[in-house]
Design a protein around this ligand. Structure first.
Ligand code: MYR
Length: 203
């Protein structure tokens, strides 16, 4: 019989992390299931998941900045890398890669090989049009509205520390393993950069 003794802190934390991740995955699944019951139409569920993600995303940036050592990104390319490598790791426990940049650096894909949201998930035929992970597109869209890039918007008349730039994006699924594709791929398209001047005047 194997000796029974105190388990190392690392083992306990690893186990807690696994349990937390499973609980999160199951809770998300229960939320999607409830939305399907309540809203009946998969298109409505897709919209609702996106909106829930957006509401989370606009709040996530503060936590992200508080917990990470990341400072302001210089452009959209750096921001996309930070989301894929640091943001996904922090909030989902996996990293993603950024690919398929267009020529002017305003459109890219974030590709996830591993997606803990879909552990234990199999979609029935009645859910064919469902974007099960649509919460993620909303999270990215919301988070990007709250970040500010220092040099991507030039406004020479105002000192750079007095303005922020909100990034308005469209985020759409290109590939989805639950729909038979080989990976999860989100296209992130920068539509507009909106300068937000601080309401601050030094008289
Ligand atoms: C800045 O330029 O202000 C820093 C930009 C940091 C953006 C980080 C946003 C984190 C959102 C993570 C999304 C995770 C999805 C699961």
């Amino acid at each position: 019989m194997a000796p029974v003794g105190p388990r190392s802190g690392d083992a306990i934390f690893a186990n807690m992390e696994r349990v937390n991740a499973e609980l999160f995955t199951l809770t998300y699944g229960a939320t999607v299931r409830q939305l399907l019951t309540d809203l009946e139409e998969v298109d409505e569920v897709n919209k609702q998941l996106d909106q829930m993600g957006y509401n989370i995303g606009i709040r996530l940036v503060d936590e992200f900045l508080a917990k990470s050592n990341v400072s302001r990104c210089v452009d959209f390319k750096e921001t996309a890398e930070v989301i894929a490598k640091v943001g996904f790791k922090m909030f989902l426990g996996v990293t993603a890669s950024v690919t398929n940049w267009d020529a002017d650096g305003t459109c890219c894909s974030i590709v996830l090989e591993d997606n803990p949201l879909v552990d234990f998930v199999e979609l029935p035929d009645t859910c064919q049009g469902l974007y099960y992970c649509n919460i993620l597109s909303g999270v990215i869209r919301g988070a990007l509205e709250m970040v500010s890039n220092t040099s991507s918007f030039a406004q020479p008349s105002i000192p750079s520390f007095l303005w922020d730039v909100s990034l308005k994006t469209e985020v759409t699924w290109i590939r989805d393993v639950l729909r038979g594709d080989d990976a999860y791929e989100l296209q992130v398209k920068l539509v507009k950069q909106v300068p937000e001047e601080y309401p601050y005047k030094d008289d």
